[in-house]
Design a protein around this ligand. Structure first.
Ligand code: ADP
Ligand code: MG
Length: 578
């Protein structure tokens, strides 16, 4: 500490570059060490990266708070939240020009995610933070730096990273809530369910831009219909009753504004665990569930959309379909086929964000527009094949197309935010009023192909420098390219977007993208490497592990790569994945 104090007073008033002498240095405080992984070049540039490391002997976290791994993830998430909340309380914030004086950490949202901001293990607790080293203009403010690093930082560490100073009740509650959700998710498969929604869950959110739960006096709590009620076990909170959504084809029907999309959105996010008090701690979905929507304008590279689209005008090949600007229906078809290729077992779809002509072609339209004049085989004719042949379930929100009653295994009706099981009623109506459609799906779903990304087509550089940058959750700059991710609704944290960009770069650097491995093999390999090495693997410089990554699913990494406009793939002829 004394050394750091000396350095800061020496460089006080000097040019900003003098801060650089801190880079790579480590300073010893009574309770922890402070490392300067990276020091910024000027007050307006990206902030400096610091890490504080507290020996576990001092930090004092009992082993059961970070073992097994699920608990380590939950604990690290918890400590990130506490640390974040104390930054606002303890730090006096900006002082000087640009980012001067600011401690920064991304604000964790409603989901409990694997984050690189905090690492906890047997030996230590390490928190990685960003800090703007203070300056007036480009002149170093040594006093302010000392205040930040020698007064505020130790206080932050003391309040948020020492077990003795935390509420062990709240901490354990966070960890146990996560463990309970993991346990619920594990019970889905053996019970042939793809999702579970606990009684009492609060599904609606405060607003389109606020993921916090709607106030209890405004929200109708979820109550499972008796026909779909199941009980599952939680190791900590005990048995819980709720609605089990069986594998197969499930429709969510009901009048407009009755809560259909809200239920589907809760299922989309049910692939992640939620913080206690979120209202969705009892909503769990099969971990590979993937939201599918129309995404006109997206690029598509050599995807076999033949199961859904064939004989396009001018004889375009739909076994290896490419487009710089796909239509609503072709983009939705490509989204499905790519998700299957990447390993999804559950498709989630909402008519609000689907192409109508992709979903349905009714009898009258079949009579007017002959099959050989219509390239699209609608989803209604494929959805059962997907389940029977590939074991892929679907949950589809349908308010307008009763033709779907024929292909449903389960029909759920939302009535003023309350679900009712109406399968028998729907089947009876389907019997009494046949839709007289001609099924157009053919004998089988069709083949799926393995696509092999070509490394030359993926370039993270802009000029001579690698440029990978996330703008919020939805935009990823990758070299000269902007990857548009706004239709990937299951990316829930900008840290995931950032990690996706870096992981693609990593796969390229390490030659996992080698022109031989298929896209599926690449993202699976990244997944197992992340399991083994942790998220710091995403940091471009292993000596400077960054604290702003959040683990993405393999499905979203694949989806991002599929949206890179320069991507070229080869079809692996031997590699049919069916
Ligand atoms: P739909 O898709 O059936 O048209 P939405 O799911 O979009 O309906 O819901 C319509 C509105 O009702 C939204 O503003 C949503 O926040 C609200 N809402 C949804 N579920 C509930 C609920 N359980 N309690 C209170 N409000 C809800
Ligand atoms: Mg809706």
């Amino acid at each position: 500490m004394q050394q750091l104090r000396q350095v800061l007073s020496q460089i006080d008033g000097k040019g900003y570059k003098a801060y650089k002498k801190l880079q790579g240095k480590c300073f010893y405080y009574p309770d922890f060490e402070l490392k300067f992984y990276y020091v910024q070049g000027d007050p307006f540039a990206a902030p400096s990266q610091l890490a504080v490391r507290i020996p576990q002997k001092t930090a004092g976290f009992p082993r059961e708070t970070y073992q097994p791994k699920t608990r380590a993830i939950a604990l690290a998430d918890y400590l990130s939240r506490i640390f974040y909340s104390y930054i606002g309380k303890i730090s006096s914030g900006r002082r000087g020009s640009g980012k001067s004086g600011d401690f920064r950490l991304d604000r964790p949202g409603q989901e409990v995610l694997e984050r690189s901001s905090v690492v906890v293990n047997e030996d230590f607790v390490e928190a990685r933070i960003f800090a703007g080293m203070p300056a007036a203009g480009r002149r170093i403010l040594g006093q302010e730096a000392a205040q930040m690093l020698l007064e505020e930082l130790p206080e932050l560490v003391k309040r948020s990273l020492l077990f003795a100073n935390l509420s062990s009740n709240r901490l354990l509650n966070h960890v146990y809530t996560v463990e309970d959700q993991e346990a619920l998710r594990k019970q889905l498969l053996p019970k042939d369910l793809i999702a579970f929604v606990a009684d009492g869950s609060i599904l609606p959110r405060r607003s389109g831009v606020d993921q916090k739960p709607l106030a209890p006096d405004k929200a109708v709590a979820f109550q499972a219909p008796p026909e779909l009620a199941v009980e599952l076990d939680r190791p900590h909170a005990g048995r819980v009753r709720g609605m089990g959504i069986p594998a197969g084809v499930t429709l969510i029907v009901g009048g407009g504004y009755h809560g259909k999309s809200t239920l589907l959105r809760a299922l989309e996010r049910g692939v992640y665990n939620h913080i206690s008090g979120d209202g969705r701690e009892g909503v769990v979905t099969h971990s590979t569930a993937f939201k599918i929507r129309a995404e006109d304008g997206r690029r598509v590279e050599k995807v076999n959309i033949n199961p859904f689209i064939n004989n396009l005008p001018f004889g375009q090949d739909t076994r290896s379909f490419s487009s710089e600007e796909a239509s609503g229906s072709t983009s939705q078809a490509a989204n499905i086929v790519e998700a299957l290729e990447a390993g999804t077992q559950v498709l989630l779809m909402d008519e609000d964000t689907s192409a109508t002509n992709f979903m349905i072609r009714d009898m009258r339209m079949q009579l007017l527009v002959a099959k050989d004049q219509e390239p699209i085989t609608p989803f209604i004719d494929k959805v059962q094949q997907l389940y029977r042949e590939l074991g892929v379930s679907s949950v589809v929100v349908i308010g307008g197309a009763g033709d779907y009653f024929d292909v449903a295994d389960t029909v759920l009706m939302m009535e003023a935010y309350r679900p009712r099981e109406v399968t028998a009623e729907a089947k009876e109506i389907a019997c009494r009023y046949p839709n007289n459609r001609n099924p157009e799906g053919g004998d089988a779903f069709g083949e799926l192909q393995d696509r092999v990304p070509q490394p030359e087509s993926i370039n993270p550089s802009k000029g001579r420098k690698v440029k990978i940058k996330a703008r919020g959750e939805e935009e990823l700059q990758f070299g000269h390219e902007e990857i548009d991710l706004h239709c990937l609704e299951q990316i829930v944290d900008p840290g995931q977007t950032r990690a996706i960009g870096e992981l693609i770069f990593f796969a390229l650097k390490e030659k996992h993208i080698d022109g031989k491995n298929s896209l599926k093999e690449i993202v699976d390999l990244l997944g197992s490497l992340l399991d083994k090495n942790g998220l710091e693997m995403a940091s471009p410089n292993p000596k400077q592990p960054r604290g702003d990554y959040v683990r993405p699913r393999s499905l979203e990494i694949a989806a991002a790569l599929n949206r890179l406009r320069t991507l070229a793939v080869k079809i692996n002829k031997s590699g049919n994945i069916l």
